[in-house]
Design a protein around this ligand. Structure first.
Ligand SMILES: [Zn+2]
Length: 53
């Protein structure tokens, strides 16, 4: 059995604790994971957590 890895393409990555953030600099909204969240658009650390459930 050497077919390990054949199913990699169909594995769905579970949504861990991704939360919605909004950048305070460029107003970009994005999903962040973890504690060190930075804006993917401008790399700013001034992001605010949005409670959107
Ligand atoms: Zn930004």
């Amino acid at each position: 059995m050497c077919s390990v890895g054949d199913t990699f393409g169909s594995i769905e990555i579970p949504q861990f604790e991704s939360k919605l953030y909004k950048c305070d600099d460029c107003k970009n909204e994005f999903k962040g994971i973890g504690k060190k969240v930075v804006c993917p658009a401008c790399m700013s650390k001034k992001v605010a957590l949005i409670n959107n459930e």
